[in-house]
Write a protein that binds this ligand. Sequence first.
Ligand code: FES
Length: 369
Amino acid sequence: MTDRLTFLFEGRAIEGRPGQSLAGALHAAGIRTLSWSGKYRRPRGLRCGTGVCPGCVLAVDGLGGVQACMTPARGGEDVRRIRPWLAWLPVDPLGRFAPAGFHGSRWLHSPRVWNLIERVLARLAGQAPIPRPENVPVQAGAAGFELRAVDLLIIGAGETGLTAAIGGARAGRSILLVDRDDTPGGRLLGELGGRDAADRLAAAARTAGVEILLSATALGSFDDGVQGIVHAGRLLAVAAGETRNATGSLDREVALPDGDRPGVMLASAVRRLVVREGVRPGFRAVIVETGPLDEDLVTLLAGAGTEVVARCAPSDVRAIHGRGAVRGITIGSLRIPCDLVVIAAGRRPADELARQTDVPEEPRVAAWT
Ligand code: FES
């Protein structure tokens, strides 16, 4: 098996390695801008590395809306950025014509008009066009739907999910363990030596009879406790005797001036690049941190050949320089050249799914019913 693969990025051949994500391979090739923000068209790039931000959305083989950090490079694919219509238009000053609430307040009473406007706005905003049928992996319909029943559904194949699944399977229960990543292990995969521990746990789970479904996204809870899972273009409706969320935690975000520039990354993205993808995240890094200092991250960066040139609190940051990529940061009155700003602000529970069940139903809007 070859240890290199090649895919096309806007006509340019990019080399990657098996197991690397598209985002990792592009980062290694020096490509920082992957998308533009919807309203102001600010350049965006790899930021979270965990599939929860809009920064790395690309089109792959004509199919838009693909998160590059969650998509393994396989070789031979045609990868492109999704450019907005009229890219030259200075949209910042025009933003006042589409303020927050614009769509709800003016067009709600005419769904047909809104539907038309929405399509135009989506293209102006650089969102993916609706794909052609031949580019959709599996068409909706009977072939794309499956009903499953299990004793226990566990969402999240990190250490906690794997351990719970092993215990459940050994107790004789049928277990379905799903994770949106293509590799089980969760946060272990971002720790030195964690991959071995993750592989051992996954092997033990499979031996115990756990079915592990990867690259599978849990959509949420529906009537009678049925869980919707999307996997390989199919919708699974899973009727589980019990469902457990083992979705772990995510990096906390911090607001910084121009903190959305490509090259400003959350700690998890940096860990992913270094440990999992074997990619140097930058040459000169500044760590913006809160709470307990993450010395492990500093060691990790040093091992990858990235020099940590400064560490500071978010309130010390006056400006982040560069547009399509970070060129420097101003801390207090001192401007420091760097190509990477790492936000290490601790973690928060990834409880979006869990909170769904407590959220009251949205009142229906008469015009839409
Ligand atoms: S979703 Fe890929 S970087 Fe955030």
